[in-house]
Design a protein around this ligand. Structure first.
Ligand SMILES: NC(=O)c1ccc[n+]([C@@H]2O[C@H](COP(=O)([O-])OP(=O)(O)OC[C@H]3O[C@@H](n4cnc5c(N)ncnc54)[C@H](OP(=O)(O)O)[C@@H]3O)[C@@H](O)[C@H]2O)c1
Length: 286
């Protein structure tokens, strides 16, 4: 894709990787960027930075877990700013927790943001790109979309799903001249990573390095862009010696979190005896 003079919409643009991709696109000659996330104040700061670089920027706040709001915002973007040539689906959330202690509400938020949120934006924009017979879509998955690891089961499930979703779209939309690409960052130094307990030996990459890899991938029409040598090594190892990767992942996983998960299993097997108050003919027995 030739980025020069194009219009992009980037979700998750208020912080982290989405913000870095927006800056990188601005440096690479894009004409206009529509910045999407929930936090309007942060989006406005990013928009102001981008305008200083001589590129048009618009902040459009929306919660991607609310499909009606999403339709309204995309319709407004088309009405006010015209067609979108490049969609970068970057917004995402991650909850790191041993599966035995996972919470349904957190899993629902991961699915609503990472998957159905992405679907809501993509289904609207892909139709219009197909009608115009032009466009590019980037879906941000993760190394965790290729390699599953302890304490990340539900996040990993959403990121594996994005890889499948993107591969299918790539084939379906190619006849409509719409290109679809997956970006697979490894651990990246952002707010999301600050909340995670690290796997031993994993070296975080910068959001700027991920953004540069994304733009290089766009310029070369790459189907799947893995970021960092550790990712290449892990994926290679998963493909050719999966028997080796699994014990390595078990060894490097955050052991404190895993111990908490095991403790909760023991608790379920032998629940502590609780005092129960029983109503008994006009008095309480303990
Ligand atoms: N950091 C890593 O180690 C890493 C590694 C691999 C892949 N990734 C993926 O890269 C993407 C960006 O992650 P990051 O590290 O940049 O995380 P981050 O710093 O936490 O940023 C997440 C972005 O998503 C937006 N967002 C979250 N929930 C949203 C919602 N309901 N509606 C609209 N926007 C929402 C946030 O904006 P608001 O809070 O303003 O809404 C923010 O802009 C994610 O898809 C993540 O899974 C990250």
């Amino acid at each position: 894709m030739n980025i020069e003079g194009k219009v992009a919409l980037v979700t998750g643009a208020s912080r982290g990787i989405g913000r870095a991709i927006s800056y990188q696109l601005a440096q690479s000659g894009i004409r206009r960027i529509i910045l999407v996330a929930r936090n309007f104040a942060l989006l406005s700061e990013v928009a102001a930075d981008i305008r200083e670089m001589g590129v048009e920027a618009v902040a459009l706040p929306v919660d991607l877990t609310r499909p009606r709001e999403v339709s309204g915002v995309i319709a407004k973007a088309w009405r006010d700013y015209g067609d979108i040539d490049l969609l970068v689906n970057c917004a995402g959330v991650a909850y790191q927790v041993p599966f035995l202690r996972s919470h349904r509400s957190q899993v629902q938020t991961e699915i609503a943001t990472n998957l159905t949120g992405m679907y809501a934006v993509t289904s609207l924009i892909a139709r219009r790109m197909a009608a115009r017979r032009s466009g590019t879509i980037v879906n941000v998955s993760s190394l965790m979309g290729k390699i599953a690891a302890p304490t990340m089961a539900t996040y990993s499930a959403t990121k594996f799903a994005i890889v499948g979703f993107t591969r299918a779209l790539r084939m379906e939309l190619a006849p409509h001249n719409v290109n679809v690409m997956t970006l697979l960052p490894s651990l990246t130094d952002t707010d999301m990573a600050k909340d995670l307990q690290k796997f031993r030996g994993v070296i975080p990459v910068s959001a700027e390095a991920v953004a540069r890899a994304c733009v290089r991938g766009l310029e070369n029409n790459t189907a799947e862009v893995l970021v960092g040598w550790q990712s290449h090594l892990a994926v290679w190892c998963d493909r050719f010696s999966p028997w080796l990767l699994e014990p390595i992942l078990k060894l490097t996983a955050p052991s404190r979190l895993l111990r908490v998960g095991t403790a909760s299993l023991q608790e379920n097997r032998h629940p502590p005896k609780r005092k129960v108050k029983i109503w008994h003919e006009g008095e309480f027995q303990v």
